[in-house]
Design a protein around this ligand. Structure first.
Ligand code: FAD
Length: 436
């Protein structure tokens, strides 16, 4: 096997929507980028819950811009179109993007290839090594065995932040008492007569669900059924089966929650066929290969975004993406699902770059659902379009850090925001550009 060692400018850990954004942004500007993904597919939660809409892409009905806009346009301009904008059926959410999952995934792989990113699937980052305040190497493992990557910059887009935590970045789990949002197994029903299925004005199918629970055919947490039209005719996306109290950083807990979730999905699919009009001839498809994990570690950054920042519609000078998503909290140990507005109608806030930067380690950033945020802010910022933009911001900041040979904490946020605006991210605080 030998001692395998690789060098790279930017090591992106995790190929979810954040890692996709980070890798492309750094690769397009000529840096050598290695993207590590533990599974066999790009997407992260997008791949674990295939077909889930990209939510919150349009704060105040204007797309956030940048890579999510480019990806959406690429899909929407295909013949036939593979994506479209539509109104979200959940309260307090703005428009969302629905898409063909397989075409979207292939297109994301293509965009990574075009940016020259070295994609390593089935590869896991295991242990960082520090020299002073800098990560000098990361031990990894693929099917051949262990190997080492020596990066100039590390961007942790792993959702769970194992490497950042092992490198000593302070963090909390969930709401800081270890209480995390539920994990979810999703699936599609294919062959649904949607006109009949959605004829009932109750978006959550509660009267049917109550009967199923009373009869012992549905789990008690299925009182509200989250069912929404999929991209293709006759397809209905079922984002309903939530398993509470699972620590997403524990692989054994994740495996058993996945199996429990699959059982509940099968029960729900049978129930829909037998009890809900429009589903009689439908069948289950695209069951999650693993649970979708919403929330684990929250890392401590130079700035911690808070619920008060959202309420005040704060537009930070180093804001890197706009957001107006509601506080989308999902079944903690005792809670329910909520979509309470985070912000006054017709307002938005921005996510500051400093929430993606640790206080001390000079060549580490993080993006996506591990950003530095309190539980309220976290519940709003975590949509896939925002995660992609956070990735895009860190990939771009990596370029500036290398170009000016400065620690990531000293990257000029003025230059960063200008560069992101040039890349098409909308609504940032660029003095020379008029706000739209
Ligand atoms: C059930 C559910 C429903 C949701 N609904 C919506 C919705 O409708 N719309 C919306 O926009 N957002 C939704 N979200 C939120 C959104 O999907 C996530 O917040 C977002 O996808 C997180 O992206 P990420 O890139 O930060 O992390 P993830 O998507 O979690 O990606 C992290 C990736 O890193 C990899 N990884 C982890 N550790 C390592 C390691 N050590 N080495 C190598 N690879 C590693 C993982 O395999 C994974 O692919 C939902 C989330 C869930 C769970």
């Amino acid at each position: 096997m030998g001692n395998r060692t690789e060098q790279t400018d930017v090591l992106v850990i995790g190929g979810g929507t954040a890692g996709f954004g980070a890798a492309i942004a750094a690769g397009r500007q000529g840096l050598r980028v290695t993207l590590l993904e533990a599974t066999s597919k790009i997407g992260g939660v997008m791949a674990f819950c295939p077909g889930m809409p990209w939510g919150g892409a349009y704060p105040m009905d204007r797309i956030i811009g940048g890579l999510i806009e480019e990806l959406t346009e690429r899909l929407a301009s295909m013949d036939p179109p593979a994506a479209e904008k539509r109104a979200c059926t959940l309260e307090n959410f703005g428009p969302e993007i629905v898409y063909d999952h397989d075409i979207a995934t292939s297109t994301m792989f293509e965009m990574l290839e075009e940016a020259g990113v070295r994609i390593r699937l089935g590869t896991i980052a295991i242990q960082p090594h520090l020299e002073g305040y800098s990560i000098s190497a990361v031990e990894c493992c693929d099917r051949i065995g262990p190997f080492t990557i020596k990066p100039r910059i590390v961007i942790d887009c792993s959702g769970d932040g194992d490497i950042s935590a092992k490198a000593g970045v302070p963090h909390v789990l969930g709401d800081a008492t270890g209480n995390m949002m539920a994990v979810t197994v999703s699936f599609f029903m294919i062959g649904v007569d949607r006109a009949r299925a959605f004829a009932d004005p109750d978006p959550y199918f509660q009267k049917y669900a109550a009967q199923g629970i009373a009869d012992g055919r549905l789990h008690a947490d299925l009182a509200k059924l989250y069912l929404m039209s999929g991209f293709h005719d006759g397809a209905v996306f079922c984002n309903s089966v939530h398993v509470r109290g699972v620590d997403g950083t524990d692989p054994v807990a994740v495996a058993s929650a996945t199996q429990e979730g699959r059982r509940r999905c099968h029960q729900l699919a049978q129930f829909l066929r037998s009890d809900v009009p429009g589903f009689e001839d439908a069948h289950m498809s695209m069951l999650s290969p693993s649970v979708g994990v919403r929330e684990t570690r929250k890392l401590q950054g130079m700035y911690r975004l808070t619920g008060e920042d959202l309420l005040r519609a704060t537009k930070f000078a180093d804001g890197i993406v706009a957001c107006d998503n509601p506080v989308d909290d999902v079944m903690r140990a005792e809670g329910d699902m909520t979509h309470d507005a985070a912000i006054e109608n017709g307002q938005y806030y921005t996510i500051p770059f400093r929430s993606l930067v640790p206080e001390t380690i000079s060549n580490l950033m993080f993006a996506g659902r591990i950003l530095s945020a309190d539980p309220v802010a976290f519940a709003s910022v975590r949509g896939m379009p925002q995660c992609m933009a956070m990735g895009q911001a860190t990939g771009t900041a990596a370029v500036l850090s290398v170009r000016f040979d400065v620690p990531v904490q000293d990257v000029s946020t003025g230059l960063l925001v200008e560069e992101l605006s040039r890349q098409g991210i909308n609504r940032l605080a660029v003095p020379s550009l008029s706000e739209g």
